[in-house]
Each structure stands twice: as C-alpha cells, then as structure tokens.
Design a protein around this ligand. Structure first.
Ligand code: PBG
Length: 327
C-alpha cells in the first residue's frame, strides 16, 4: 500500500505547531542600519533609487539613529560624503572629516547605539576607486594600506565602536589591526568585508555615496561572481590577519557563499543585503508587482537561514517595525 508521510504537513496545521518547529527566526538584534552622512545643517537629500533613504546632515542623522535605537536596532553602519575629493582621499582620515564628526556626535547624543564605520577611499577619491591609482591605471595595493589604516585609526579616535574595511586591498585587516593596537585601540573590533563580489547590485549605493569609479571598474580588487572557493581563501586571509566578524556581500545572490562561510569559519558572519537588493523590492512594490513587506521579511529570513548571524540592510527600520507588529 502507498503510504505517504504526512508528518511535515501535520505539523503545519496550526500556528503554534509552526512556531514550535520553526528553525530560523529573525530578530531586531540581527539588524544593522546603514546611514549616509553629509555636511551641512538640516540636510535630507533623498536618494531616488533607494526610497526611504537620504544623505543626512548630522542633526538629521541623530534623529534617525534615535529612531533606530527606539526600535531596538543595536547598530548603524556609517558612510560619509565629503565636501572635497582628491586623488588620495585625504578627507577619509581628516580629524574634522564628515565621518569623524558624525561619530563623535552620535556617540555623544545616542549612547546606546553601536557605531560601525565603513573604511574605504572610494567616496573620498576624485577618481572613485577604493585605492591609490598609479599612472598606468593600476590600483596600488600597498600604498593604499597606509591610508586605510590612518582612516580606521581616525574613526577609532572619534569613538567608533567597530571599523569595517570594504576596500578589498590585500593585507588590510592585518595593517588595520596593527595600527589600532599600536595606538591603544586593542578593544576595537574589525568587521571585514571579506568576500565582497564585483556586483551590479551596488548601483544605487554608488549613486547615494557619489562613489562610482570615473574609469574602469572594481574587477581587479573585488571578487568574480563565478567563484566560491576563492571566497574561502579571501575569508581565511582576513581571519588570519585578525578579523573579528566576516562579511559576505551582496547577500541574496550569494546565499551559497554565506552558507559555506558559516560552516567553514568559526567567527560571526555578517551579510550585506545591498542597495540593489533593496531597490528592486521597492521598485516592484511600487509597481504593485510584489508585496513589499512580505518580500522583505522573506528575504531577511532567508539570509539568516543561510547562516548569517547579522544583516546589514536598508530595510532595518522597516523590518524592526514589522517585527514589533508581529510580536
Ligand atoms: C565601498 C562600498 C560599496 C558598498 C559598501 N561599501 C560600494 C562599492 O564597492 O562600489 C556597497 C553597498 C551597497 O550597495 O549597499 N567600497
């Protein structure tokens, strides 16, 4: 006699059972909200490709941060848009640079919030690359390391709780660790953008952060989407150099990488649900093609199910509100 196994179905018959056997949950504790800081007063330049997000002057940034804390979000990730750019990204490590000022103010006015800073040069260089460009157009890995370390140190001095290098130069985690330690910041962790792919999904961010490269692309330093083993190599290097948290980016098209990293590496894993992943849901929702809220929650849950311990996402506040409604 044919005897189908009804066990899974039986356990789906009511919400209590469904809750009891649920393997993955999304919590507000998992969420990190990215924010864009710009100079000025009462500035809120909305970013058209990222509805609900803006470049904000520090006064507005504080309001947004307070709202996030009110919802229980533990951390923000800060990106800066400087007034001036030059070939070597001087404003990235200026004492009164936009990030340094924003961190000081945030730590002062919103004490219960962890402030993580993105450490990279692309927003600060006039050519838009993440490192120093040699006359032949090649990115100079080693001279970039020094500037990145200086940048991370300036963030730590301003009070950043954690620094997050996103440049993908080789050896940067070790260089940052050494510089932080030498200057007494032994307790400042490094969240490394360890497996960062050269992705079309960063489009809206580059618009938001005004950081699109003026020539070429980031293929020589960011990873090839075709590679998975290479991600393990990149991640292992960062672990050996002292990274405290490993990040995979983007998230949705790279769930297999998140899963593999979570299995093979015994450090916390972060996933960056990037600007393009956010924008496509927002666009489809606007067209009436998708239920935006349900899609958002499913997306975030799937990133956790793949193995991420935390998610950087432009949906953070919206998801936190939805989680609060559901509880
Ligand atoms: C800077 C940086 C980028 C993102 C985070 N840090 C863009 C890039 O590499 O071009 C992308 C984030 C997003 O798309 O949300 N190097």
């Amino acid at each position: 006699m044919f005897f189908p196994d009804y066990r899974p179905r039986r356990m789906r018959q009511n919400e209590q059972f469904r809750r009891m056997i649920r393997e993955t949950t999304l919590s507000v504790d998992d969420l990190i909200l990215p924010l864009f800081a710009i100079n000025g007063k009462n500035v809120r330049n909305s970013i058209s490709s990222m509805p609900g997000h803006s470049q904000m002057s520090i006064d507005n940034l504080i309001k947004e941060a307070k709202r996030a804390v009110g919802l229980g979000i533990p951390a923000v990730m800060l990106f800066g848009i400087p007034d001036k750019k030059d070939p070597v990204g001087t404003q990235a490590h200026a004492r009164n640079g936009i990030i340094q000022k924003a961190v000081r103010e945030l730590k002062n006015k919103v004490p219960n919030l962890l402030v993580i800073t993105d450490v990279c040069l692309c927003q600060y260089t006039d050519h838009g690359h993440c490192g120093i460009v040699l006359p032949d157009g090649v990115i100079d890995n080693d001279s970039t390391l020094e500037i990145l370390a200086k940048t991370a140190l300036s963030h730590a001095e301003a009070g950043a709780d954690m620094v997050a290098p996103s440049d993908m130069m080789d050896g940067r985690v070790g260089e940052l660790r050494e510089t932080l330690d030498e200057n007494g910041f032994i307790h400042t962790p490094i969240m490394s953008y360890a497996a960062k792919y050269c992705s079309a999904f960063y489009g809206p961010f580059r618009h938001a952060a005004e950081s699109a490269p003026k020539f070429g692309d980031r293929r020589t330093y960011q990873m090839d989407p075709a590679n998975s083993r290479e991600a393990i190599r990149e991640v292992t290097m960062d672990v050996e150099e002292g990274a405290d948290i490993i990040m995979v980016k983007p998230a949705l098209p790279y769930l297999d990488i998140i899963s593999r990293v979570a299995e093979e590496i015994d450090l916390p894993v972060a996933a960056y649900n990037v600007s393009g992943e956010y924008a496509m849901v927002k666009a489809a929702e606007k067209m009436g093609w998708l239920d935006g809220t349900r899609t958002m929650m499913e997306m975030l849950l799937s990133i956790k199910r793949a193995g991420a311990d935390m998610i950087l996402t432009y949906f953070a506040t919206e998801a936190a509100e939805e989680l609060a409604r559901r509880s």
